[in-house]
Design a binder for this molecule. Structure first.
Ligand code: EPZ
Length: 418
């Protein structure tokens, strides 16, 4: 199991361009099935999850090549509409292949995505929406089977603005006969990026980023589609929170500051100085931090659940009491017991966590529990005395490209070894 070693106490200084977005490139890779031609993606992050998605595309009969930040997919030929358990279990967000394969092949069979570290992760909203578009859905033997001789447009209202369900509806609706109107849709920037790719590939999607998305249906194939993936807003938040934890001054480039305004605002309340430009953000964190307003996670444009653990690490030594309310996932405080091992004072009651700032943190062996929780441990270790060892069964590398090298380039004393 890889172990991250972090020697705390080093200020961070420097500049870097943030990686491409994991949560944008994954649905776009699934969407490339709809073009029936060649897709060239740029600004793709090199991640375990991206490799898992590429392997799924290859299993389905597509040609896939990745060279640095560029990925080429040829989806002109599909020989399979089934994703086996071995491929599904590598990445639960493969569920977005449901809509894409159904749209392309009229039938899809995949191993039901299990729960994960964050909770049960049901897909009821996905399946209900596909049924409303004319799909017959069956679940048996741990598999989900969807069939639709003909998908038709529908007016679908999501009970919750689920990111994944919104993406699956958008993908399936591209092939449906007639227009689909999706209300209470997720508004995350990654949804806008998916719509950007789909429209570049010949679809007609409007309203992405708002609560009402319209998809015209009967998308024609497209021989060649090029698209540049957006920057990873949560990776950007990770580096900003790292500066808050370790102290220092960072400039992040290639970002859209509006995509994480709730997080920069929370860091300002903690006492960090932040300046935002058109595609950059500068943070200066050299004064002692103090608790700010409660951090309440909500669907976009609210405070992102993926940044909850990251900001919590920045609050561990902030004077006073910091309050967190996690409204999106039922089990997203698994990093708390590990942070306590570093000396953090955190109480959790249901969805509410209360952090009492301490004077110092000290190194201890800890274990990454999930992707963002693991990143939060690295951030806390940057501000802890001594050398912290973080055992990680691969969570962190699922979502961050060369995080150790990026942090070293900013002055952190960090390494990771198998
Ligand atoms: C996406 O997950 C992201 N993953 C998550 O990022 C992110 O935390 C989440 O959106 C919320 O922003 C990817 O994009 C690959 P949801 P997703 O459907 O689509 C419940 C990371 O760290 N729900 O919006 O699975 C669900 O249980 C990951 O990069 C249902 O009840 O999120 C959860 O409580 C973690 N039924 C809530 O909705 C459904 O059918 C939000 O889930 C679907 C979801």
């Amino acid at each position: 199991m890889p172990v991250w070693k972090v020697c705390g106490g080093k200020r961070l200084e420097g500049a870097l361009d943030v990686q491409g977005s994991k949560n944008a490139v994954l649905p776009i890779l699934a969407a490339s099935l709809l073009s029936g031609g060649v897709t060239r993606l740029s600004n793709c992050p090199e991640l375990l999850d991206v490799r898992a998605s590429a392997d799924i595309l290859r299993h389905l009969g597509c040609g896939v090549m990745q060279n640095g930040g560029e990925i080429l997919v040829d989806s002109s030929r599909m020989t399979e509409n089934h994703i086996p358990h071995a491929l599904m279990e590598r990445m639960r967000s493969s569920v977005m292949y449901l809509g894409a394969i159904l749209a392309r092949c009229g039938e899809v069979r995949l191993s039901a995505p299990g729960g994960c570290e964050l909770g049960a992760r049901p897909i009821d909203l996905h399946l209900k929406a596909l049924e409303e578009m004319g799909a017959e859905v069956r679940q048996s033997g741990g598999e989900v089977v969807c069939r639709a001789a003909r998908l038709h447009g529908a007016h679908i209202n999501l009970a919750f603005p689920s990111v994944g369900a919104t993406e699956n509806v958008m993908l399936a609706a591209c092939a449906a006969e007639g227009e689909t109107v999706l209300t209470n849709a997720a508004r995350e920037p990654e949804i806008v990026d998916l719509a950007g790719y789909l429209n570049a590939a010949g679809a007609q999607v409007s309203g992405a980023g708002s609560a009402e998305v319209r998809i015209a249906g009967q998308m024609p194939g497209n021989a060649f589609t090029e698209y540049r993936v957006m920057a990873d807003r949560i990776a950007a938040c990770t580096f900003l929170c790292a500066a808050a934890c370790a102290g220092g001054e960072l400039r992040l480039g290639g970002v859209v500051p509006a995509h994480f305004a709730t997080v920069t605002e929370a860091l300002r309340e903690l006492g960090c100085a932040l300046l935002t430009g058109e595609d950059s953000v500068l943070i200066r964190a050299d004064r002692p931090l103090h608790a700010g307003k409660p951090v309440v996670t909500r669907p976009y444009p609210g405070f992102p659940t993926d940044a909850q653990a990251l900001l919590m690490s920045a609050c561990l030594k902030a004077r006073g009491t910091s309050v967190f309310v996690e409204n999106i996932f039922e089990n997203r405080y698994r990093h708390v017991p590990e942070l306590r091992r570093l000396g953090a004072q955190i109480q959790v009651e249901g969805r509410v966590a209360m952090v009492t700032g301490v004077g110092s943190l000290s190194a201890a062996p800890v274990t990454a529990t999930d992707l963002r929780g693991g990143a939060a441990l690295i951030l806390a270790a940057l501000g802890a005395e001594g050398e912290t060892h973080i055992a990680d069964s691969g969570h962190i590398m699922r979502g961050y490209a060369d995080l150790d090298a990026a942090m070293r380039s900013l002055g952190a004393d960090i390494s990771v070894a198998d």
